[in-house]
Design a protein around this ligand. Structure first.
Ligand code: FAD
Length: 367
């Protein structure tokens, strides 16, 4: 019996690990366009140099070998659910069971110039390119770096930029721009927003909320209120959209996010599961968040259900915990500071240490 896993991020790797734990015989094959797993939550720290690429990434070939699975480095371009084959650039691969774990993609909301002129930290490649661009600012006496989007990634990037410029000869103005009325809008928690805002602005980040980008030019950003600011670097941290492979598949979706049933199966496609950022899942009024915790939880549940399906057993239902309605997260802010947001509480004690402990433990588990 062959299981094909598309995407080797947090969700895909959890599926692979759980399948192997539960079955020695299953043939497991995983495909990813990247050659290394990337611990995305630590990418902002690539900017300040607190972590190196080797610290937060793992060779997928080595990982696959360690669990007796096959890994193929390729872009998946299509799926034929009737023939049960997946198309990659050079060939087609057949499967008995399929797990879609291709994640999400960055979006620029169609804002003119945004994609063309922005740097990002959404991938290791993007973060390294951004770091290189920052290094070139040394020749400018006072540069301007604008971070667009004050969600989780945006505030973390602003914190890492503070640490980065502390070690450089040249100074910089760091702007953090958010369209919504508060930073970390997805958390809708005034105390959390104020505490993060005060921490960053107290160290010099210039924060503008209720400020939306209208257009990005070669050297200035135009906002919808008519204000224009010059910039040297823009780091885009606003928004994700559904994966483009999933977008083109004729499957049930909400705004492009893939539907799954309560067992994480794709409706209408026997033997197909989906997990991670790519899915839309809502149960009893709670919508699963798109975060590492749920990607891993879904990976475990889907893998368990896949084995149950093979054995003809009753499947288990998935219940999200880190939800859109009740989110929780570690949020680092530079200077080895962080906050934990959990059960509506803002915790600062040992928050950064705990965040790094979780990261190290995860990475060690993949070696
Ligand atoms: C910079 C950044 C910081 C973040 N910080 C946090 C945080 O602090 N806490 C938190 O909980 N979450 C955080 N997140 C979100 C978290 O990383 C995601 O929720 C999580 O990665 C989702 O896991 P996934 O496996 O669904 O997708 P991913 O981890 O994105 O994995 C998807 C994989 O699929 C591969 N893929 C996609 N399309 C194809 C294709 N067509 N062919 C082949 N391969 C393909 C990709 O290369 C990738 O390896 C952050 C995200 C980013 C980008």
């Amino acid at each position: 019996m062959k299981v094909l896993i598309l995407g080797c991020g947090f969700a895909g790797l959890e599926v692979a690990k759980t399948l192997r734990k539960r079955s020695k015989e299953l043939e497991i094959c995983a495909i990813d366009r990247r050659t290394r797993f990337e611990y995305l939550a630590a990418l902002p720290e690539i900017l300040s140099g607190k972590v190196t690429p080797d610290d937060i990434s793992v060779d997928l070939n080595k990982f696959a070998t360690s669990i007796n699975a096959e890994y193929i480095n390729a872009e998946v371009v299509d799926i034929d659910f009737i023939a049960k084959t997946v198309k990659i650039s050079t060939s087609e691969i057949s499967y008995d069971y399929l797990v879609l774990a291709v994640g999400a993609e960055q979006t620029f909301f169609g804002i003119p110039g945004a994609e063309e002129y922005s740097y990002s930290v959404n991938t290791m490649e993007g973060a390294l390119r951004t770091r290189e661009a920052l290094d070139k600012l040394d020749s400018i006496e006072e540069s301007s770096v604008a971070v667009i989007g004050a969600g989780l990634t945006g505030v973390e990037v602003a914190g890492e930029l503070l640490d980065y410029f502390k070690k450089r000869a040249a100074a910089a103005r760091i702007y953090l721009v958010e369209m919504m009325p508060m930073v970390l809008p997805a958390f809708s928690h005034r105390n959390l927003a104020n505490s993060v805002r005060n921490s960053l602005s107290g160290r010099g980040v210039e924060i503008a909320t209720e400020t939306a980008v209208q257009e990005v030019g070669a050297d200035a950003i135009l906002f919808t209120d008519g204000e224009k600011i010059p910039y040297d670097i823009i780091i885009w941290t606003a928004g994700i959209r559904p994966n483009s492979l999933v977008q083109k598949l004729a499957l049930p979706k909400t705004k492009g996010w893939l539907h799954v049933d309560s067992n994480l199966r794709v409706p209408g496609q026997k033997g197909t599961f989906a997990v991670g950022d790519t899915i839309y899942f809502e149960r009893d009024g709670a919508r699963s968040g798109q975060n590492v915790e749920e990607a891993e939880r879904q990976g475990k549940v889907a893998a368990g259900n896949l084995i149950r399906a093979i054995k003809g057993e009753k499947l288990k239902r998935y219940r999200p915990k880190n939800t859109v309605q009740n989110p929780r997260a570690f949020i680092s802010l530079g200077e080895n500071k962080a906050v934990i947001y959990f059960a509506g509480k803002v915790i600062t004690v040992c928050a950064y240490k705990l965040k790094k402990y979780v990261e190290h433990r995860y990475m060690r588990g993949l070696q």
